[in-house]
Design a protein around this ligand. Structure first.
Ligand code: TXA
Ligand code: MG
Length: 342
């Protein structure tokens, strides 16, 4: 794996971007930064190239990939039609962390859509990602650049941990901004449906659309989710994670209890809770009052706990407004246990 690690931040004009673009034309896979998390890209119109993404990640074949574009023409080339609603959303939020699910015209390789009649498309808000798509001169299918099941990568080092030796190269653009993935929005029905909460919040969407629905499967573990990827174990740290829902007092009581059972416990918490605890190790992922900061640091924090050090991770629950909905969606999936007060 070639790591293009700049002494100064990579810029779109660097030869590394051109070289990575050339490798993509040769059906290789390249990891690159976006504003959300690092993606693992391949030519979305080439089935063989896309197959290499699934191999490198160990990803189940029935989980479709998001196609990344650098301009609107590339969208038009992939879909049967662009509904007015989708046009409005692109105007409002692109480039940015919003994936639109539209009717596919079959131009994306069949393994990109995992056999669905729809295709998920987004324009990432990152100069290196846009430059790479332009250099390849193809839309790029790109899931998050982690081994399947692991927390998504927010630095090039995370990508290296998971995929070194399995992919052609990594463009190092430093750490990503938003920190959680894009919002996936199904635009094929009258009222758009949020299939995965992410960087563009429900509140953001409502401001533009009026009405938005959340896929009921997100709240109900029993129901079959409409976004195929949502049913797999995801975002899992090395040690089992227990999500604690309730007051700070309840968290402290539960911590005391699991410690008295003799378990080596790691705590993941806001600064506000962390400073109340007399415990090691604690990894803090930011302030409760700044939920964007928590999103930005979430995956790096999950990756920090090593199974050699802890038997169990106790993790605080966060408020679900704004990007908190995406944080709690990921933590609920990462958790092997949830304990609630009362
Ligand atoms: O921010 C992101 O979206 C990142 C960066 C790299 O762009 N990508 C990402 O990809 O998170 P991935 O593969 O880890 O997640 C894609 C999600 C999955 O939940 C998948 O099921 C859903 O999008 N998805 C893709 N195409 C779909 C479709 N046609 N219909 C419904 N869900 C779809
Ligand atoms: Mg992923």
């Amino acid at each position: 794996t070639k790591l293009w690690k700049p002494s100064q931040p990579l810029t779109p004009g660097d030869s590394a971007v051109a070289e990575a673009g050339r490798l993509l034309s040769e059906q290789q896979v390249i990891a690159f930064p976006t504003e959300t998390v690092y993606g693992l890209g391949a030519d979305a119109t080439n089935k063989g190239a896309v197959q290499r993404i699934f191999q490198a990640k160990g990803r189940p074949a029935d989980n479709p990939l998001i196609v990344h574009v650098a301009n609107r023409k590339q969208v038009a080339d992939l879909v049967t039609a662009i509904p007015d609603i989708a046009e409005k959303l692109m105007d409002a939020f692109w480039p940015g962390p919003l994936t639109l699910v539209l009717e596919s015209n079959g131009q994306a390789a069949e393994n990109v859509t995992a056999g669905l009649s729809t295709v998920g498309i987004r324009m990432p808000d990152h100069p290196l990602a846009l430059a790479l798509i332009s250099a390849a001169d193809k839309p790029l299918a790109a899931p998050s650049a982690n081994r399947s099941g692991r927390p998504s990568p927010t630095t090039a080092a995370h990508v290296e941990q998971d995929l070194s030796g399995r992919i052609a190269g990594i463009l190092d653009g430093g750490s990503t901004g938003v920190g959680v993935e894009s919002t996936v929005l199904d635009c094929t029905s009258e009222i758009p449906v949020i299939l995965r909460p992410g960087g563009i919040t429900k509140e953001d969407l409502e401001r533009v659309l009026g009405e938005v629905v959340v896929d009921p499967a997100l709240a109900n573990q029993e129901e079959q989710p409409r976004s195929p990827g949502m049913k797999y174990t995801h975002y899992a740290p090395e040690a089992p994670l227990c999500l604690v829902a309730g007051s700070d007092h309840f968290f402290q009581k539960h911590l005391k209890q699991v410690k008295s059972d003799g378990q080596r416990v790691g705590v993941m918490a806001s600064y506000e809770l962390a400073e109340q605890l007399d415990h090691e190790p604690v990894i803090s992922c930011g302030s409760r009052e700044n939920i964007e900061e928590v999103a930005h640091r979430l995956y790096a924090a999950l990756r920090e706990f090593k199974k050699s050090d802890v038997d169990l991770i106790l993790c605080e629950s966060f408020n679900e407004s704004g990007v908190g909905a995406a944080i709690m969606n990921r933590l609920t999936k990462a958790a092997s246990q949830i304990v609630s007060e009362q």
